[in-house]
Design a protein around this ligand. Structure first.
Ligand SMILES: [Zn+2]
Length: 280
């Protein structure tokens, strides 16, 4: 049996670097990886005892946690950082499938931590430079004591089913032929379920019932938490919100369009429904 891949555990630190430290270093949205010349489909993040030994020196770093026993750091590279030989810069979407699930999880977390670090250098109340808190993932203002935590933005996504068909939507920026599910950001003061019903009504004009939790997924583009639901169609005719969508339509389980990529909770919602619908 192949060995079990190590698990990722996030930790705000302190995390002592060792020669086995993994560095999740981002240039903009893209992660620096080493390409294995013997297996070009597999790649790994740089391993080094400290940031100065990386092939590209980072602008700033943050403790990230552990991958198995190996310490991990998140790092931000300059926007014009060069591409070292034998390396590549990969977006998280392109990284998927080229590393195991724990490394992908660590990379998604690292992206959000370094994004937060980069965009929270100064207090938004009094403009003082912020200081990292000890023992938790936050920054505190030495001037006014305001505290800043990494931002997580909740959004809902819902599979609306009606017997053997589901509601799918197309946004203008989707790849050609691909349809997704109704999704949208939670507003201040709104419950997740109210958000689901509002987004379906706004985007497609339909009413739904039986809103049931499915699962959730961190979506580091840049800091969403996607909360997935299934719901039943309860009435109405489709009226597409052309400000947001190109199209919304019902699709039968035997003639689904191109689906979102396997890493997405949208795809997991559709596959879970399809296997249920095929069984019934
Ligand atoms: Zn302040």
């Amino acid at each position: 049996m192949p060995p079990t891949p190590p698990r990722f555990r996030a930790h705000p630190g302190p995390v002592a670097a060792t020669p086995e430290t993994r560095w999740f270093a981002f240039r903009g949205n893209d992660l620096l990886v080493r390409i294995n010349p013997d297996a070009p489909d597999a790649c790994e993040v740089p391993i080094a005892a400290d940031a100065s030994a990386l092939p590209v020196p980072p602008v700033r770093t943050q403790p990230l946690g552990w991958l198995g026993a190996a310490p991990c750091y998140a790092a931000e590279l300059a926007s014009d950082a060069p591409l070292p030989e034998g390396h590549a810069y990969l977006s998280l979407r392109r990284l998927y499938g080229h590393v195991d699930a724990a490394v992908f999880e660590a990379a998604g977390t690292a992206f959000q931590i370094q994004y937060w670090d980069r965009t929270h250098q100064f207090c938004s109340v009094c403009a003082s430079p912020l200081a990292l808190s000890a023992g938790e993932r936050s920054k505190k203002c030495p001037g006014c004591a305001h505290q800043f935590f990494p931002k997580v933005t909740p959004a809902t996504i819902v599979l609306v089913e009606d017997g053997p068909r589901i509601l799918m939507t197309r946004a203008p920026h989707f790849p050609q032929g691909m349809y997704g599910l109704v999704a949208g950001f939670v507003e201040s003061g709104e419950s997740l379920e109210a958000c689901v019903a509002r987004e379906v009504a706004e985007e497609t004009g339909l009413a739904i019932s039986d809103i049931t939790y499915f699962g959730s997924q961190p979506w580091p583009f840049p800091h969403q938490l996607m909360v997935g639901f299934v719901a039943r169609y309860a009435g109405g005719e489709i009226v597409v919100d052309k400000g947001e969508l190109e199209e919304a339509a019902w699709f039968h389980k035997d003639s689904l369009p191109n689906l979102p990529p396997p890493l997405s909770i949208a795809r997991q919602l559709v596959e879970s429904w399809r296997s249920r619908a095929t069984r019934d």
